[in-house]
Design a protein around this ligand. Structure first.
Ligand code: NAD
Length: 264
């Protein structure tokens, strides 16, 4: 334990269970003295999130489906009422109908496209605007993205397009909010076996491919994304905004298959 986050209060959105990236970041923040509030999507997940929140002494655990503006409003009024201010937000939320996370991107229907972009991209903007209004002493907003935004990954499809929009929104919001001392960044995580990842076609193949071809010759651990999240939310990164920071064992720099890698 340390004191990097002492005196800081923030909201972590996107914990589904103890394998969630959001949970890894929340634990890292709490271990450094930060105070964390959580939102969850629907009561079934609320039952999982409450004991996790309890285990790090969190008192504020609120329902929030980010497709609903009124629910986002309620979340931030509750935080304002309880805390009066806010120092950081983690947005670790993404969703697309898994029917379209296989096959060809070009076949994505309008409705599936709009929902994926709404939940996976616009929700961060909707949250950031309300959070920024509470960040009187500056703050740090963080979202999670994936290399499928920059390069074509098999099956990632409409999520890749949504993540590209999300990464662009990080840059636009960094420019908008910099004047208020509010930083906006993304972590581009390597593949990790989570609930969300299980919706992606051939995910085990993607994990193996990364393990064999990344410079570090392994996949990233949840705790490593947690540590990078802590950096982005703390004053250690106070000179950093508009950044997409890769935490992926270096896979994003690779141009070709590792000749030493075994066949998968
Ligand atoms: P996860 O399933 O643990 O978390 C995804 C969360 O999104 C869940 O808590 C779910 O409840 C929430 N969510 C979905 N729709 C929502 C809605 N309408 N309202 C509120 N919440 C909603 O999986 P994860 O892998 O920890 O995902 C967190 C983030 O990390 C996502 O943005 C994901 O795209 C990103 N990411 C994951 C990986 C990976 O390999 N797991 C890699 C890079 C980026």
């Amino acid at each position: 334990t340390g004191t990097l986050m002492r005196g800081k209060r923030g909201l972590v959105m996107g914990v589904a269970n103890d394998r969630s990236i959001a949970w890894a970041i929340a634990k890292a923040v709490a271990a450094q003295g930060g105070e964390v509030a959580f939102t969850y999507q629907g009561e079934a997940l609320g039952k999982r999130v409450r004991p996790l929140a309890d285990s790090i002494g969190s008192k504020l655990v609120l329902p929030c489906d980010v497709s609903d503006d009124a629910a986002i409003d309620e979340t931030f009024s509750a935080i304002e009422k309880e805390w009066g201010g806010l120092d950081f937000v983690v947005h670790a939320i993404g969703w697309a109908d898994k029917q379209y996370l296989r096959g060809r991107y070009v076949d994505t229907p309008r409705e599936a496209f709009l929902t994926a972009l709404d939940i996976s991209c616009y929700s961060f903007t909707a949250v950031a605007r309300r959070a920024a209004a509470l960040m009187k002493d500056g703050g740090s907003l963080l979202t999670l993205t994936y290399l499928g935004a920059e390069r074509v990954m098999p099956h990632y499809n409409v999520m890749g397009v949504a993540k590209a929009a999300l990464e662009a929104s990080v840059r636009y919001m960094a420019a908008d909010l910099g004047t208020d001392g509010i930083r906006v960044n993304a972590i581009s995580a390597g593949p990790i076996k989570t609930l969300a990842a299980s919706g992606i076609g051939d995910f085990r193949y993607i994990l193996k491919w990364n393990e064999y071809n990344a410079p570090l010759e392994r996949n990233v651990a949840l705790e490593e994304v947690g540590g990078a999240g802590l950096y982005m939310l703390s004053d250690l990164s106070r000179g950093v905004t508009g950044e997409v920071h890769h935490v992926d064992s270096g896979y994003h720099i690779v141009g070709m298959k590792n000749p030493k890698a075994p066949d998968i």
